[in-house]
Design a protein around this ligand. Structure first.
Ligand code: URA
Length: 206
């Protein structure tokens, strides 16, 4: 059996990466999931959004963010003039954890090489890290999402020619439980909008 890293690095296109995940047997979540949930939206988009893991509806349809959280995410994107033709959307995990339980560190680690390659191949201008799980794992930070959100940080990886500005933000599932926090998510969306509209380099700190 090839390792996750070997399979991921050998993929030279998004289609090859998805095909590699179809053959990958190193993530136990695959055994209980109905479908692989790879990505949705426009792979050529300037923005790539990375959530946590598929839920029941995502597992049924094989697409990320198509349940209740996804509908809120779509409304949030619409506020700054974006939709699934102008963003590319994926998750840190490609299969649903049974009963939506919290994924284990081993499950996250087994999928991480695929996400790292996914980012290299999609090569977005900006990353939006939706929720604490993607923010912590991709930025190697230990703070909670309420501390990380709203601050652009460089996402670096050996295969990238330059760091990609990454913006952690609150997960829509959290916002559905804590609607008063939507004002914080709104600030993050405005920061993303500013970057897209003006070409401002969020890593330049000006
Ligand atoms: N939550 C996520 O993080 N991703 C999904 O695809 C759905 C819900």
């Amino acid at each position: 059996m090839h390792s996750a890293r070997e399979l991921a690095v050998a993929a030279n296109s998004l289609a090859e990466l998805e095909a590699a995940l179809e053959t990958f047997e190193g993530c136990p979540l695959k055994a209980t999931a109905m479908n692989l949930v790879f990505a949705d939206g426009n792979p050529e988009a300037r923005v790539m959004m990375i959530g946590e893991a598929p839920g029941a509806e995502e597992d049924r349809q094989g697409l990320p963010f198509v349940g209740v959280s996804g509908r809120l995410l779509d409304r949030m994107l619409a506020c700054i003039g974006l939709d699934r033709s102008s963003v590319y959307i994926t998750n840190m995990l490609f299969w649903r954890p049974p009963g939506n339980r919290t994924p284990t560190a081993a499950e996250i680690a087994s999928c991480l090489p695929f996400t790292e390659r996914h980012i290299e191949l999609a090569a977005p201008d900006y990353l939006v890290l939706v929720g604490g799980m993607s923010a912590k794992n991709l930025l190697a930070r230990s703070e909670g999402i309420l501390r990380l959100r709203g601050q652009w940080r460089p996402y670096q990886h050996s295969g990238l020619p330059r760091p990609i500005p990454a913006l952690p933000t609150l997960h829509p599932a959290y916002l559905l439980r804590q609607p008063q926090q939507k004002r914080l998510a709104w600030r993050d969306l405005l920061s993303l909008h500013r970057a897209l509209a003006t070409g401002w380099d969020p890593l330049s700190k000006t």
